[in-house]
Every structure is written in C-alpha cells, then in structure tokens.
Design a protein around this ligand. Structure first.
Ligand SMILES: O=P(O)(O)OC[C@H]1O[C@](O)(CO)[C@@H](O)[C@@H]1O
Ligand SMILES: [Mn+2]
Length: 440
C-alpha cells in the first residue's frame, strides 16, 4: 500500500494545529465553562440544588480538562456508558501503539484531528457524568444566536428559493444549471459561518448571499461544479419513473449554513434532479456549531413560525418533505469519532453500506474535508482521489471553505503562489473548493 504523509499535529511548532491547540481549544473550554456558569439559575429553577451541584461538578471537570490540555498531559480513556466508548478507547490504544514504548499520546504530540475531536467528546463526558444536566447542549445558545443574527440573509435566501419554485417546471436545462450552480455556491460560502474557528464569537452571514456570488467566484480554488451537474442531469435523463435518485448531505454547521443546505436540498428535489435527500448530523454537540437532530428540528420549526411568509413557506415545505419521507435525517456515532473517513468501511460498516446507496454524497465544511483527506501533510498537487485513500462509497464532493492547512488537488504552483502573498490563505475562510471524485 502506498504510504501516506504524516498527520498534522501540535508538535509542528508554528503550525495552525499548534496554535489551535495552544490558544483556540482552551478558549473554547473557557467559553463552555462561562456558559454553564451563566445558566446556573436556570439549572436551579429546573432541578433545584441538584442542578447547581451538577453545574459545579461539570465546571470543575472542565477546568481540569483545560489544565490537562495546556500542560500536554497524556490522553486518558473515556469512562462513561455511551456506546462509542470502546471505539474511542481502542483508538487511544492504536495511537499508543504508533509510538515507541516510552511515549504516551498527548495533546500536543498526537494528531491534531484526534485531540480536537477528543476534546469535544470529553466535554460531552463531563456533562454525561452529571445528571440532571447531562443532556444540556453547551453550544445551543451560540447556535441560536448565530441563526438570529443571519435573519436578513435567511430571508433573502428563502425569498429567492420561493421565486424559483414558482416556475421551476418551465426552466430549460441551461436555466436549471444556472440555478443549481448558484445554490451550490451559496451552500459553499455558507460554510464561512462556523463558530469553532472564531471560538464561538459572532461569525454570521450579514450580506445578501446571492449578490456576492460573482465577486466570490475568483476565490474558488477548485471548481468541479460542471462534473457534479453532468452527473445529476444525466441521471435525471436516464431515470425511469419508479427509480430513486438519492443524494446525501453530510451536514456541518447549524444556523445560516444549514439553511443554505436545506435550500439546496429543496431545489434538488423540486427540480426533479433527485428524488430523495438524506441528511447526516451529529449525535452530540460538536465543534461548537455543528448540527444535531435537535438543531435540525428546531431550525425547521423556527422557519415555520417566522413572520416572514417566504421563510414560513420554506419551513412548511420542509416539514412536509420529512413527513413524506423524501427528506430523511440520520445520525451515526461515526461522525463524532476521531477516525479518518478511509476507516469508515471497517469501523462503521453499516454507515458505509448506507452511503453506497447514494448517487452523490455532499460533504459540507472544513472538518469533513480534514477527515476525507486524513488531515495529513499532503502536497497541494496530490489528486483528491489519492488523498481519499480508498474511501469511495459513492461519487462524492466536498463544499468547503479553507480553515485548516490541508489542501489537495491544486494545479502546480497554485498553492505556492499564496504561500508568500497571503500566508493565512488556508485558514482564513476566504477561499473555497467544490471538489468532486467520481471513481469507485
Ligand atoms: O465547521 P467547519 O467548516 O468544519 O470548521 C471547523 C473548524 O474547526 C477546525 O477543525 C479547527 O478547529 C477547522 O478546521 C475549522 O475551522
Ligand atoms: Mn463545523
């Protein structure tokens, strides 16, 4: 088997991984502690003294966790009762075996992808150990706030979608393609709005999402939109009336980005490019803004009850699509494990088999890109297919704005050109890719 490059890690001094572990992760932990603290009265009102006790305990576990991280302590096994614990603990052993006998996996020495995922899982463990606040989502408040801060952009998008839907039957192939490209790009740029890169600070969409598309075009470093279009339109032409065309969207952030994904999904169905959409979200609060089932349902309810008629119409339609079974929401613990996607076939065979039913899997966001490529020090020009390292459940694409230093599939010289002119090009979220891989 061809060898793969080293994983990104905090041990590379001066790397983004290093700064993330040193500064951003402790900041996120501090915010979580602060959130719990601020909700003390709420816990008391709901659960009495037990609530206060649980809040105190959780805060003390999290402070200890922050200290372990900042002093580069060894990673310890998880010890709650959730079903993913054996997999996490086996992964720790696996990381241990990669080292020589004297070393232990630790925050700055182990792969960044692993330790970052591990932090979110440890936050969850701290809560799980502390009923009655064990199902409290410490990031909910930030997600809700980012949703409301993007109201204008959400209205613009819902209004635009309802306009297209009015005469979607009359659009010719060219017009359909144009609309598809627009909404695909809206969904791509929606990925700028995650809350983990900003350690939970406001990062919402304020400008009108459709007007800025032309100006943003030059920031798309890999543009495989044509290939994705060919796949969908050819499939539509060939499909018999009973046949199913399923597209899967592996969701990233709640708030504005989720709306862009739902709008895209609605368009794909209404244009009959596809017949079913399957969404994949997270089982536990993750990377601050990632979508859980609760966020997904909350968002659709919010839209339904909005004052704006286009927003509420979208909300109604989406609720209807779920009831009809043409929108299906899935969650699977694999998405909140530290594994690269190339291990999915072994670690989560059921999920891999499920994804094989798809005609196209759309992976949203930066973290999914890191897991697709294994979060490794690839050369910029390595083909996307190679970096996927045999992960090919179905044709797939990534819609991702660059927020971490892994990027493949660039033309010779394309990456190098930025290295001197814009040193933070890989982490600032200004650039994006629409990257496709068809081969199985
Ligand atoms: O929501 P996204 O796009 O997956 O981004 C998550 C963020 O967290 C990171 O994994 C870094 O912590 C970045 O790669 C990215 O900025
Ligand atoms: Mn995210």
């Amino acid at each position: 088997m061809a060898t793969v490059p080293a994983s990104l890690a905090g041990s590379f001094q001066g790397s983004f991984a290093y700064f993330s572990i040193k500064d951003r992760l402790p900041q996120i932990l501090t915010r979580v502690i602060d959130t719990l603290h601020r909700h003390k009265n709420e816990f008391f009102e709901e659960h009495g003294e037990k609530g206060i006790e649980a809040e105190k305990n959780t805060i003390s576990i999290l402070s200890k966790l922050r200290n372990e991280l900042q002093t580069d302590k060894p990673l310890v096994p998880l010890d709650d009762k959730l079903p993913d614990v054996p997999l996490w603990n086996q992964y720790l052993e696996y990381q241990q075996n990669l080292l020589d006998g004297n070393e232990q996996p630790s925050w700055f020495q182990s792969p960044w992808l692993y330790v970052e995922c591990y932090m979110y899982r440890r936050i969850h463990e701290a809560l799980v150990h502390n009923p009655p606040i064990d199902d409290y989502d410490v990031f909910k408040e930030a997600k809700v706030q980012s949703f409301f801060e993007s109201q204008q952009a959400i209205i613009a998008l819902c209004t635009y979608l309802q306009e297209i839907l009015k005469n979607i039957e009359d659009l010719d192939e060219k017009q359909l393609q144009e609309e598809f490209f627009k909404l695909l790009q809206v969904s791509l740029w929606g990925n700028k709005c995650d809350l983990s890169i900003s350690a939970g600070e406001d990062n919402s969409q304020k400008a009108s999402p459709l007007k800025s598309l032309d100006n943003l075009k030059t920031f798309i470093l890999v543009d495989d939109m044509e290939s994705i279009w060919s796949l969908l339109i050819n499939n539509k032409k060939r499909r018999t009336s009973e046949e199913i065309t399923r597209v899967d969207i592996v969701l990233d952030n709640a708030g504005y980005e989720l709306i862009t994904d739902l709008v895209l999904a609605n368009f794909l169905l209404s244009s009959k490019l596809v017949t079913e959409i399957h969404f994949h979200g997270k089982c536990i609060p993750w990377y601050v803004s990632d979508t859980t089932k609760q966020d997904f349902n909350w968002t659709i309810k919010q839209l339904q009850s909005a004052n704006n008629r286009w927003m509420s119409r979208c909300g109604m339609n989406w609720e209807g699509s779920i009831k009809k079974g043409v929108w299906v929401y899935h969650d699977h613990m694999f998405w909140t494990l530290p594994h690269e996607f190339c291990s999915m076939a072994q670690v989560a065979t059921d999920l891999y088999t499920e994804l094989q039913k798809s005609r196209l899997i759309i992976f949203k966001g930066d973290l999914n890109y890191r897991k697709l490529t294994g979060d490794r020090k690839w050369e910029f020009t390595v083909p996307f297919h190679q970096a996927l390292n045999k992960f090919h459940p179905a044709p797939l694409c990534s819609l991702r704005t660059l927020k971490s230093d892994v990027q493949v599939g660039l033309k010779p010289g394309q990456g190098e050109q930025f290295v001197t002119s814009e040193p933070d090009w890989m982490i600032c979220g200004k650039y994006g890719v629409v990257q496709f891989d068809a081969s199985l």
